[in-house]
Design a protein. Structure first.
Length: 127
């Protein structure tokens, strides 16, 4: 999948939340043990059977969390493309959940500078 700079910036911004959510979902999914859903349920998009409804919900969640995991993996595998130590520091802080303003205060720069550094780093990650 190709990511835009804006999508990469969003992945960086949401990393600290999404990494926890994916881990929690994987734990939950293992405990549920959903295995087979009939084509009929998938085609109609619903059922009156509560077990089948719950299984369908897990399939939809699985697709969502699978995309989050793909986004996380994409980012993690490309962090070494960031050439500037300062840009890498800005990205690391953002991935930890710091706001642009927080990062600006930590580094003693403006919020606009932080945004510019994040954009440069996202372009490097994109390649």
């Amino acid at each position: 999948m190709k990511y835009t700079v804006d999508e990469i910036l969003e992945i960086i911004k949401m990393y600290h939340i999404n990494i926890v959510n994916v881990r929690e979902y994987r734990k939950e999914y293992k405990s549920v043990g959903v295995s087979v859903i009939s084509d009929e349920i998938m085609a109609t998009g619903g059922t009156s059977d509560p077990v089948q409804t719950e299984a369908l919900k897990h399939i939809n969640n699985s697709l969502f969390y699978s995309q989050l995991a793909t986004d996380i993996k994409y980012l993690e595998q490309r962090l070494d493309r960031i050439t500037s130590e300062r840009n890498a520091q800005v990205v690391a802080l953002r991935m930890q959940g710091f706001t642009r303003m927080d990062i600006a205060e930590v580094l003693g720069v403006s919020k606009m500078t932080v945004g510019r550094l994040l954009k440069i780093a996202a372009n490097e990650i994109k390649g």
